[in-house]
Design a protein around this ligand. Structure first.
Ligand code: FAD
Length: 465
C-alpha cells in the first residue's frame, strides 16, 4: 500500500516538515523555537484548562521509543496529532461513548435486514450462526418505540440462536418519531421506503465481531465499493474530496477488521472468543495507510459531532424512561461540549477547505451519488450481522457528511440542520466503534507487530541443515 503525503487537504499548522536534514544552525533555531513553543504551550495550556490540558501535553511527549512513535505528528489531512487522539480517546471519549451506547435511546437501531441486493443475487457466504442477528425480547424495548402489541406465538419469542435475549421486534410505531424530523439525507440510499420491512435491533446483543463471513462474496462487495465508487488515490489527479471519500471507506474497513481481530472465535468447538493479533497485524498494522485512515475517519466523525453540538444537546432523547433518558442527554452534552476535547482538538478536521472552485457543487453531487451507491451495496452483504453493522456505520458516515457538507447537495450551509433519530443513533454508535478500534490499535498494535516480527524471525531457515 502506498502512502501519499504530497497533497494535504487540511493544511494544518505543524503538519509538514518531518524528516528534513538538520544543520547546526537549523538545530539552534529548532531549539530556540522549541523553548519558545514550550513556554507558549504552557501558557496556553494553563489558560485553557489548568486541570486537564497539561496532562495531554506530557502524554504527547512521554514515550520516545521509536516503534511506539511510528504514528506520531499530525494525522494526515487532519488537525490533531496521534498522541493527542490516543489520549483524549482513552481518557475522555471512550468512557463517555461506552456508557452512552448502552442507554435505551442509543442501543436500538431501526434497520431493514432483508438481503435485498439491487446489484447481484445473494450467495449466502456466511457460515457461522454468529452471522445472524439476535433478536431481543419484547419487554426490553423502550415504550416510546413500540406499537400496540401484535399477537405473538411463543415461538416468536425464542431467539433464533437459542439465546434468552431473543426476537427482534419487527413492529414499528410512528409515535416513536415524535420530536424527530423525517428528512431525506442526500448522502444515503433511502432505506425508509417500506416501513413494514423495518425492524428494531438491540445493538448491545449483537456486537460487531468475527462472523466467519469471507471469500468471494465479501471481496465482490469491497471490490465494488473501492473500484466503482471510491477509487484509491494516489492517482495524483484525484481531488481532495475524492481522497476524503476513499479514506473514510478505508478507515471504516480498518475498523471492521479491528473488531474482527479483537473479538475473534478462537475455538469453534469450545466457543472461546479472544483477540487474534495475527489478523490485526496481517490485515491492518502491516499497512500504515490503513491505520492512518482509521484515525482520519475517527477525527472526521468527531468533527461532525462537535459541529452539530447545539443540535445534539437540544435533541429529544425520549424512550419513556426518564431517568435513563436524562442520563443519555447529560452524557451527550458531556461528549459534545467536552472542554478537554475542545482544548486539545478544537477542530479535528477542517471541512471548509473542500468543494472550493467552480466545479465544487457538481463534484459534491457526483460524490454524493458514489456514497449513495456504497450505502445501497450494504443490502448485498451476505451475513445479517455484518449487514446490520455495515448499514449502521455507512448511515453514520452519511450523517457526518450531511452535517459537515450541507444537506441538500447545493452546499447551502445556511439551512438549519435536521437529523433523523436513526441518523443520530448511527452517528454515535459509529464514533463508538471507531473509538474502540483506535484504542485497540493503540494498545495492541505494537504487541501484534512485535509478535508477528518475532514469528517471522523464528521461522527456521530452509537452507540451514
Ligand atoms: C460491510 C461489511 C461488513 C462486514 N462485517 C463483518 C463483521 O462484522 N464480521 C466479520 O467477520 N466479517 C465482516 N465482513 C467481512 C470482512 O470485512 C472481510 O471481508 C472478511 O473477513 C475477509 O477478509 P480478507 O482478509 O479476505 O480481506 P477483506 O477485508 O475482505 O479485504 C479485501 C481487500 O480489500 C483491501 N483492503 C483491506 N483492508 C483495507 C483497508 N482498510 N483499506 C483499503 N483497502 C483495504 C485489500 O486489498 C484486501 O485484499 C464484512 C464485510 C463487509 C463488506
Amino acid at each position: 500500500m502506498e502512502k501519499n503525503r504530497s497533497s494535504k487537504v487540511g493544511g494544518c499548522p505543524g503538519a509538514g516538515g518531518e524528516g528534513r536534514e538538520k544543520t547546526p544552525q537549523s538545530r539552534r533555531r529548532w531549539r530556540l523555537t522549541a523553548v519558545v513553543g514550550a513556554v507558549l504551550a504552557l501558557l496556553l495550556a494553563t489558560a485553557v484548562s489548568s486541570r486537564s490540558f497539561p496532562k495531554l501535553w506530557i502524554s504527547s511527549n512521554s514515550c520516545k521509543c521509536p516503534d511506539a512513535r511510528k504514528y506520531s505528528g499530525m494525522v494526515e489531512d487532519c488537525c490533531c496529532d496521534y498522541e493527542t487522539v490516543n489520549y483524549i480517546n482513552k481518557e475522555v471519549l471512550h468512557p463517555i461513548l461506552q456508557e452512552l451506547v448502552k442507554s435505551p435511546f442509543f442501543r436500538y437501531f431501526k434497520v431493514k435486514l432483508w438481503c435485498d441486493c439491487p446489484f447481484w443475487p445473494d450467495d449466502g457466504m456466511c457460515h457461522l450462526r454468529d452471522c445472524s442477528v439476535c433478536e431481543c425480547p419484547d419487554n426490553e424495548f423502550p415504550e416510546a418505540f413500540k406499537k400496540p402489541l401484535r399477537a405473538r406465538s411463543a415461538d416468536d419469542m425464542v431467539c433464533q440462536e437459542g439465546k434468552p435475549q431473543a426476537a427482534v421486534d419487527r413492529t414499528l410505531d410512528s409515535n416513536a418519531f415524535n420530536g424527530w424530523m423525517e428528512v431525506n439525507n442526500p448522502w444515503t440510499y433511502d432505506d425508509e421506503t417500506n416501513n413494514a420491512e423495518m425492524t428494531y435491533v438491540n445493538l448491545q446483543l449483537n456486537p460487531e465481531r468475527y462472523t466467519g463471513y469471507s471469500g468471494t462474496s465479501t471481496w465482490r462487495i469491497w471490490d465494488a465499493i473501492y473500484k466503482e465508487n471510491c477509487p484509491k488515490y494516489p492517482s495524483e489527479e484525484l481531488c481532495s474530496e475524492q481522497k476524503v471519500l476513499y479514506k473514510l471507506i478505508s478507515g471504516l474497513h480498518s475498523s471492521i477488521t479491528v473488531h474482527i481481530a479483537s473479538d475473534y472465535l478462537i475455538d469453534e468447538a469450545t466457543q472461546s472468543w479472544g483477540h487474534n493479533l495475527e489478523v490485526l497485524y496481517d490485515r491492518v498494522m502491516k499497512y500504515p495507510d490503513r491505520v492512518q485512515n482509521l484515525y482520519f475517519t475517527f477525527l472526521f466523525v468527531l468533527r461532525a459531532i462537535t459541529k452539530a453540538a447545539d443540535y445534539l444537546e437540544q435533541a429529544e432523547y425520549n424512550t419513556g424512561n426518564s431517568q435513563e433518558d436524562f442520563k443519555a442527554q447529560s452524557l451527550a452534552r458531556q461528549l459534545v461540549f467536552n472542554p478537554e476535547i475542545r482544548a486539545a482538538c478544537p477542530k479535528p478536521f477542517d471541512e471548509a477547505k473542500l468543494w472550493k472552485g467552480e466545479k465544487g457543487p457538481e463534484l459534491m453531487l457526483h460524490i454524493q451519488k458514489q456514497f449513495r451507491n456504497i450505502s445501497a451495496i450494504m443490502d448485498c452483504v451476505g451475513c445479517e450481522k455484518c449487514r446490520l453493522w455495515g448499514k449502521l456505520q455507512v448511515l453514520g458516515l452519511g450523517t457526518a457528511l450531511k452535517i459537515l457538507f450541507s444537506d441538500n447537495g447545493n452546499n447551502n450551509l445556511n439551512q438549519p440542520l435536521q437529523l433523523q433519530r436513526n441518523e443520530v443513533i448511527a452517528l454515535i454508535n459509529l464514533l463508538n466503534r471507531l473509538s474502540e478500534s483506535v484504542k485497540f490499535v493503540h494498545e495492541m498494535g505494537l504487541t501484534a507487530e512485535n509478535l508477528m516480527k518475532g514469528k517471522v524471525n523464528a521461522t527456521p531457515d530452509k537452507n540451514s541443515s
